[in-house]
Design a protein around this ligand. Structure first.
Ligand SMILES: *Cc1c(COP(=O)(O)O)cnc(C)c1O
Length: 342
């Protein structure tokens, strides 16, 4: 099976399995797990923040950030297609009691003047603007990079209003590999950041959130409230450390595979590439081939290829370390062989 549904399907490498086996562990609720300390220290250092916290998932990390930054009744500004708004089961409202204020972006980037206009003035009728959320790379925009200038301008606006910024950096390392900016350069334009260890970096479980010491202390309590206080979880943190040390630079290969896939699929009659491929995601529109995304995916599956539905006529391919150049060639051949019905 060539599984391009997501980079979450990656399985732990031999080195990760060995690291899990060898991990020194303790009770992390007592803050006594040395491997978790090591992971959190490494993540904080990479992201240029005072402290970091190992969390069970990207969703949990984002939600802990919302819960820690905001009070109930606050409003949080976020892009209309952001993961936090689209794919986290409305936890912003269900858990944090926060009202999302969504802004339509361009390739995932909100216009700074829209952000400025959405910040609430002080008035008895209005919620307080408690948080601004950004996403880099932007998933629904097809792994798009947020331009650093866009982040800078929004950061200036947020600072003037004393509003914190949380960056959903589930794929921030993909952004860094593509743009050449170290992850720290993105993180310094935010107050807090969440990065996934379990996507392209290949760890079996987990994310890290990073921020100031005071923020992480309060976030730790929210993690406990959410049931995310783990015990001898060094066995999970050890593969995460391997992810941060050994798996970052090879993301360039995933990007190259995505670029080849987009370039070659784009040459096929009836196939339209919807996104400018900047990282490891390719959005393919099959409408002019005469298929819905579900019909197209069924045909691919018969050829042992998996991709994800991403709209009525759009399918998403995500490259990752389980995908070889030969797999990419095979996908291109199979799509080229799909009969055009119109
Ligand atoms: C995958 C993803 C998340 C959530 O991560 P999980 O570990 O699946 O909860 C958050 N934000 C973005 C942009 C993602 O792509």
């Amino acid at each position: 099976m060539i599984d391009l549904r997501s980079d979450t399907v990656t399985k732990p490498t031999e080195a990760m399995r060995q690291a899990a086996y060898d991990a020194e562990v303790g009770d992390d609720v007592y803050e006594e797990d040395p491997t978790i300390h090591q992971l959190e220290h490494k993540a904080a250092e990479l992201l240029g923040k005072e402290d970091a916290l190992f969390v069970t998932s990207g969703t949990q990390g984002n939600q802990i950030a919302v819960l820690t930054h905001c009070n109930r009744g606050d409003e949080a500004i976020m892009e209309a297609n952001s993961h936090i708004f689209m794919y986290e089961a409305a936890s912003v409202s269900a858990l944090a009691g926060v009202q999302p204020r969504t802004l339509n972006g361009t390739r995932g980037a909100m216009d700074p003047s829209d952000v400025a206009a959405a910040i609430r003035p002080h008035d008895i009728h209005f919620p307080e603007t408690g948080l601004i959320c950004l996403e880099n790379t932007h998933n629904r925009a097809g792994g798009a990079l947020l331009p650093i200038e866009n982040m800078k301008t929004i950061y200036q606006i947020a600072s003037e209003h004393h509003i914190p910024i949380h960056l959903d950096g589930a794929r921030l390392f993909n952004a860094s590999i593509s743009s050449g900016f170290p992850v720290q350069k993105y993180a310094e334009l935010t107050d807090t950041v969440q990065v996934c260890l379990s996507k392209g970096l290949g760890a079996p479980v987990g994310s890290v959130i990073a921020g100031s010491e005071a923020f992480i202390a309060r976030a730790r309590k929210w993690r406990k409230r959410l049931g995310g206080g783990l015990r001898q979880a060094g066995v999970l943190a050890a593969p995460g450390l391997v992810a941060l040390t050994d798996m970052v630079n090879r993301l360039a290969e995933d990007q190259k595979h995505a670029e080849i896939l987009a370039r070659e699929l784009g040459k096929i009659d009836g196939v339209e590439i919807e996104n400018e491929v900047e990282t490891n995601i390719v959005l393919v529109n099959v409408k002019n081939l005469g298929y819905t995304s579900e019909q197209f995916l069924t045909m691919l599956k018969e050829n042992d290829i998996l991709a994800a539905p991403f709209g009525p006529h759009t399918v998403r391919f995500v490259t990752h370390y389980g995908i070889s150049r030969m797999n990419i060639n095979s996908v291109i051949e199979h799509v080229a062989a799909v009969p055009q019905t119109q």
